[in-house]
Design a protein around this ligand. Sequence first.
Ligand code: DGY
Length: 331
Amino acid sequence: VLRDMSTLPRVYVTRQIPPEGLKILQDSGQVQFELWDSDDVPVPRKELLQKVKGVDGLLCVLTEKIDAELLDAAGSNLKVVSTMSVGFDHLSLEELKKRGIRVGYTPEVLTDAVAELTVALLLATSRRLIEATHEAKIGGWGTWRTLWLCGYELANSTVGILGLGRIGVAIAERLAPFKVKKFIYTDVAPRPELAKAINAEYVTLDELAKQSDFLSICCALTPDTKEICNKNLFSKMKNTSIFINTSRGGVVNQEDLYEALSTGQIAGAGLDVTVPEPLPTTHPLFTLKNCVILPHIASASYSTRNAMSALAANNLLLGLRSQPMIKELKL
Ligand code: DGY
């Protein structure tokens, strides 16, 4: 039986998302959708503003700003925005709420991948792996030397977590077998249920900075956490501390971080996220040996990215049917 597709709800997908999610949309028979058919460049803003006109649903990724301008361009048909991300700082929640638009996102499915990458980045930074492979390759490898390329080890260390949620817990669970001595964390309030799982102690932000040998940033970017990692925080950290950020670049004041790294205020930093993204190759942080920068890949495993796309597609379809989504943001 041929159905008249033109009567189905219209959806715009802002990226060529991984196959599992696309298949769910295709097989659903529930929507007609148009796709920005590239994964290499984001849809230009002008094109996006055109494409969203009159749509019922929008499936986006974190490069698209979903703000008043875009929602106005979409118009009153828009019922659901589904983002293929756990982070939602690219969405103006207030504007969405005002318009009664429901929002889906993709927590949990990426927790393992992000925690795994965070551990990899932490070790790469603290044991200076990038510097080391570079030295080996360029002929810097002379004789075996007693203090050459020495770093800092997790055994007997204190690990601090700024923002204890699912991801922070998953990171701590993976670090514990490295014989970490103590886990500490801070958040807007103690989170005893989560903290119990990893035996973590609640401390103030000041204490977190002072005590942590490794400081892992796991909070969401909000007006309260914007540039929370600044001169004030770095100045309290030990000269031997390693700073790791796999949340959002906006939680860090990058000038202050550069200062802390280049003056030896802290020992090293591993960043999966920056401002802006991509970080220009001429950025001063790239000149520092003690700064390891990754291009926002924490959730980048095939299985996780497919799971994220599937969840985003299912959230969208459920929302358009006015049913509860699998993962819906409370606005
Ligand atoms: C997210 O989901 O918010 C990450 O930054 C990308 O996986």
